[in-house]
Design a protein around this ligand. Structure first.
Ligand code: SF4
Length: 326
């Protein structure tokens, strides 16, 4: 680990001011950032500890729920309203990491976690995300966990988390503040596709901090999170599906779906909702939904299997939600 300056922010304005400086990063739970600093993937000159800011509250917000940026993943997953009214979120969080990590990891940090691409975490390898212009080792290399949707010639990394996939299905919003302004961004638009600037994972600008995530009023229905991974715990998804489904008189009345570990961001395609809502659930319909999801999908050799895997995982989730026999 390289030497760095450590500062503790006592107020949000102070934190925003400090993190607007070059080579400065905010430290919350540290479960991802400290690992990356040990590997010298992240080499901030200054680390601003935001852990004492009053951003850990989970509270009603109108009919919805506001989850502070420093609320731990454990606190969120066990919150009574999350468990009863947003179970897809509790399931997604509990499928991630380990209990010890969830006790430290925060809402804001979870959203900002970085890719697990092997080339990104090895400073001896080329990686446009870590060092723009150095090339992408994964495109012709080891790409088993990499993206099949929305990738670019510069980067094929995935966003690896689970929580944000559920938040995308629920239509949650990220609250962001800086010294000068506050703004809200739908979770579906918070993470970026890599394009020509894969070093930018999300839309945060220097000096901007996540202050909370807001969930809309509960919608009920059947809420599922299915995560396919190499082993049953402490592993990142190869493909995941978050689903909020409702049916009436044998037809879909709600079908909000988001997909994890297929792209540089939680993937949400409104055309799938448009296709499903109003239709009777059938295997043929689920196949059409997968056609829409995977339109333009591209494998890079080792991760070709993710394309049929995503199709099967989507069908499995829709069968479980609707009772259609697989
Ligand atoms: Fe780096 Fe992205 Fe290529 Fe991985 S896929 S080596 S993160 S540029």
């Amino acid at each position: 680990m390289r030497p760095f300056d450590y500062q503790r922010a006592e107020r949000l304005e102070h934190a925003a001011q400090l993190t607007a400086e070059a080579n400065t990063l905010a430290l919350a739970g540290g479960t991802n950032l400290v690992d990356l600093m040990k590997l010298q993937v992240e080499t901030p000159q200054t680390l601003v500890d935001i852990g004492r800011l009053p951003l850990g509250t989970i509270a009603d917000e109108g009919e919805g729920l506001r989850i502070g940026a420093l609320a731990t993943n454990t606190a969120t997953a066990v919150h009574p309203r999350v468990r009863s009214e947003y179970p897809v979120l509790a399931r997604a969080i509990l499928s991630g990491a380990t209990q010890q990590l969830r006790n430290k990891a925060t809402t804001g940090g979870n959203l900002c976690q970085r890719t697990r691409c092997y080339y990104f975490t090895n400073i001896d390898q080329p990686c446009n995300k870590r060092e723009p212009g150095s090339g992408c080792g994964a495109i012709k290399g080891i790409a088993r966990i990499h993206a099949v949707l929305g990738a670019s010639d510069n980067c094929i990394a995935t966003y690896p988390g689970d929580m944000a996939v559920a938040l995308a299905a629920l239509g949650a919003t990220v609250e962001i503040a800086s010294e000068r302004r506050s703004r809200s961004v739908p979770v579906r638009d918070f993470h970026r596709l890599p394009g020509d600037t894969p070093e930018k994972d999300n839309v945060l600008e220097p000096g901007e901090l996540i202050t909370a995530v807001t969930l809309p009023a509960p919608v009920g229905g059947i809420q599922l999170y299915r995560k396919v991974r190499e082993r049953s715990s402490y592993a990142f998804a190869l493909c995941s599906v978050a689903a909020v489904i409702d049916l009436a008189e044998g037809r879909f009345t709600r079908a909000d779906l988001a997909f994890g570990s297929l792209a540089h961001k939680p993937w949400h395609d409104p055309r799938i909702t448009d296709l499903l809502v109003g239709s009777e659930p059938t295997l043929a319909l689920f196949d059409k939904a997968a056609d829409l999801l995977l339109e333009g999908a591209r494998g890079y050799g080792e991760n070709d299997f993710k394309i049929p895997l995503a199709r099967r995982t989507l069908a499995a989730v829709l069968c479980e939600a609707t009772g259609v026999e697989p």
